[in-house]
Design a protein around this ligand. Structure first.
Ligand SMILES: [Zn+2]
Length: 507
């Protein structure tokens, strides 16, 4: 008799149901798994054989064949250990279960040699897939809270192969672990009120949050650029349910969810400049998401921006443009979402003290220019805001913060975003390059000011559009219907061309 069970595996971040068929027939003792790459089969067979024996069952001395379908899904993971072991036990000792005990159920879990079960990655997606297919799901106890985040799901936790069998035979009651309250979310690494001084840079941060604009900060080492970036998640609008699920699915697929059941705070990722392409974009033998996907719906902070190899930065272009990473493999293409806000930081020159009032800079203009030119034009084209973060005098640090709290700012930002969604069904940063003037309507002297300024500063049409989008965000924060001259005047202060196009100027 063939025993058939449901399990699941991941393709990218999406789960796909997998059927596990186990057949035990007479013949020479053998154990074959069909539908799994050779490298994974051997390890899987060893784990399953030992776990079955160490759980007090006999491994059948006959011909054991396991088929995993669909065949085109590359099942490299250990998620299917448990259903295979369960199928073998059910098929060899028929008195143990009635076949009905395995019906309409999905099983996932990696086995240890002693028969206990280890948590697996991607549980949220798997739990969603189980609920969609009207299957109840059995998950390793450590995965329970994550699986339970799917409201319509019917989730049972188990600790070992033996424990699972006792649950299925109904001879042990299910014990559910306590899950942390998912409503507690105000756990930000840094809040705005903790940053002293830096009113101008804080304002840029608020604009970035309000319009989802990419931001570049420059200033000497130790001025607090990374602290500013870290404060961003505290002022970004809270995530919608859909965004939380998406973000959690990605973190879960990559195994970085730790003990959280669901991600409630927008992610903040800050990879070092020595990161590999695969680390940044995703891929590798296990097909993990990269930092750009872990930052999905949140912030990707790249400190010491010019230190990132040019080729590494170039690979950012596609995810920044499409909001999605596509990785092609022999087995097909997987997609990872990657809609993040880029926040970059750099020193103004190689030594870091160009324009500083505290220390002298010894860099030659040629070195400074070549340092800045390491950032390619196409990447700069996607950055809307540039802001200087100077070293602030000690008096100001002692004087305290400007009184703005993250909570107040978040309310303003959320109101501004709502206006943008009503107008353009997306934040201002995503206003299409072809129709900014249609969406960003001006009144009074605003247009004259923008035209005069762009002639005087010889702004490219791209820079012109970016000033317009930022002005739209400034107006949205004031709930102003049309852009006015003061909004344009402020937006002009953040234009990127000052730093990169007009040469080396002293403030
Ligand atoms: Zn210098």
């Amino acid at each position: 008799m063939v025993v058939k069970l449901w399990s699941a595996d991941l393709a990218g971040i999406q789960a796909q149901p997998v059927t596990v068929e186990v057949d035990i027939s007479n013949g020479l003792s053998s154990f074959n798994i069909v539908g799994m790459p050779d490298t994974a089969i051997k390890e899987s067979r060893d784990r399953i054989r030992s776990a079955i024996k160490n759980s007090g069952f006999e491994f059948p001395g006959r011909r054991v064949t396991v088929n995993l379908a669909p065949a085109d899904l590359k099942k490299e993971s250990s998620r299917v250990d448990i259903p295979i072991a369960l199928g073998i036990i059910a098929s060899s000792s028929k008195r143990l279960f009635s076949p009905a005990a395995l019906k309409d159920k999905m099983f996932v879990g990696e086995l240890s040699l002693d028969g206990s079960v280890r948590p697996v990655t991607g549980i949220l997606s798997i739990s969603i897939s189980a609920a969609a297919n009207r299957l109840s799901i059995f998950v390793p106890e450590a995965n329970y809270c994550e699986a339970k985040a799917v409201e319509s799901g019917n989730v049972t936790p188990y600790r070992s192969l033996n424990h699972l069998i006792r649950l299925l035979k109904d001879i042990e009651p299910v014990s559910f672990p306590d899950c942390p309250d998912p409503k507690i979310s105000e756990n930000f690494p840094v809040t705005l009120e903790e940053i002293k001084g830096q009113a101008h840079a804080k304002r840029a941060l608020i604009l970035a949050a309000a319009g989802n604009h990419n931001l570049l900060m420059y200033g000497p080492p130790g001025a607090g650029k990374s602290m500013m970036a870290k404060a961003l998640p505290s002022i970004l609008p809270s995530m919608s349910n859909q965004e939380e699920i998406e973000t959690t699915m990605i973190h879960s697929a990559g195994g970085i969810l730790k003990n959280k059941s669901i991600v409630r705070v927008r992610p903040y990722r800050a990879p070092h400049h020595t990161i590999s392409h695969i680390g940044l974009i995703g891929g590798g033998t296990r097909l993990n998401p990269g930092e750009v996907s872990y930052a999905h719906n949140g912030v990707l902070f790249l400190d010491e921006f010019p230190e990132f190899p040019r080729r590494t930065l170039e690979v950012l272009r596609q995810p920044m443009e499409d909001g999605i990473v596509r990785i092609s493999r022999a087995s097909g293409t997987v997609e990872f979402p990657s809609r993040f806000m880029l926040v970059a930081a750099m020193n103004p020159c190689p030594c870091g003290y160009f324009g500083s009032k505290v220390r002298e800079c010894h860099c030659t203009p040629t070195r400074i220019a070549s340092y800045r030119s390491r950032i390619s034009g196409p990447i700069l084209d996607r950055i809307d805001l540039l802001v200087n973060v100077p070293q602030i005098p000690l008096e100001q640090m002692v004087a305290g913060s400007t009184g703005l709290t993250s909570r107040d700012v978040r309310e303003l930002v959320e109101a501004a975003r709502q206006v943008q969604f009503r107008r353009n069904s997306g934040p201002n940063a995503y206003i299409s390059e072809t129709r900014p003037k249609e969406i960003c309507r001006m009144e009074g002297d605003a247009e004259t000011l923008l035209l005069t300024a762009s002639r005087k500063m010889s702004l490219s049409s791209r820079s012109f559009n970016r000033v317009l989008k930022v002005a739209r965000t400034i107006a949205d924060l004031e709930q102003a219907d049309k852009i006015q001259a003061p909004h344009i005047a402020e937006a002009l202060q953040y234009k990127i061309s000052d730093f990169f196009e007009s040469g080396i100027t002293y403030d």
